[in-house]
Write a protein that binds this ligand. Structure first.
Ligand SMILES: O=c1ccn([C@H]2C[C@H](O)[C@@H](COP(=O)(O)O)O2)c(=O)[nH]1
Ligand SMILES: [Zn+2]
Length: 177
């Protein structure tokens, strides 16, 4: 049975021609997984940078999704979202849980060995430590806007030493076509 967008059943002749038509614009899997990461990022309350992460296992099944947000139970607006202040305790950086951390904590499988993470921002040094220790084997990222910051330089150093490749998703999609 085929339904149209109003949830009414289509006549059989129409449904036949619809179901026979080959769809040309299906999402390639890397686009799909980064799309899930981008959608997760839209849940973030961070006013300046919203990050989403989607962890995928070797069978290409999503096993964890997360976005940057304040720790559970801390309230949506009880902690500051400011980037700067006289005292670092008044900024977000001591509190916010990174998207990668949340994706790992949200995992629905026993472990993450051999998984790939799709993440909208290049992982910081703390997240790369988590990814390495969790057994993640690949990082696909979208933005590298903080590539000049020491934490990202350190992050890449650790990923390199651990033999974990990282790839920009635009480059990857071009290669896949
Ligand atoms: O690996 C990372 C690095 C950063 N984030 C989050 C943490 C913050 O909420 C923002 C960065 O804020 P800026 O205002 O751009 O400094 O991104 C993350 O989730 N994962
Ligand atoms: Zn991080």
């Amino acid at each position: 049975i085929i339904y149209n967008s109003n949830n009414t059943v289509l006549p059989s002749s129409l449904s036949l021609s619809c179901s026979n038509r080959k769809r040309e614009d299906i999402l390639e899997s890397a686009q799909y997984f980064m799309g899930v990461a981008l959608l997760a990022a839209r849940r973030s309350r961070d006013p300046s940078t919203q990050v989403g992460a989607c962890i995928v296992n070797e069978e290409k099944k999503i096993v964890g999704v997360g976005y940057n947000g304040m720790p559970n139970g801390c309230g949506d607006d009880s902690l500051p979202w400011r980037r700067s202040g006289d005292n670092p305790v008044e900024t977000k950086y001591f509190y916010v849980c990174h998207a990668e951390l949340n994706a790992i904590m949200n995992k629905n499988s026993a472990d993450l060995k051999g998984c790939t993470i799709y993440v909208t921002l290049f992982p910081c040094n703390e997240c790369s430590k988590l990814l390495i220790q969790a057994g993640i084997k690949n990082v696909i990222y979208l933005s590298d806007k903080y590539h000049k910051l020491d934490n990202v330089i350190a992050s890449k150093k650790m990923l390199d030493l651990a033999g974990i490749p990282y790839e920009n998703s635009f480059v990857r999609m071009k290669a896949v076509g």
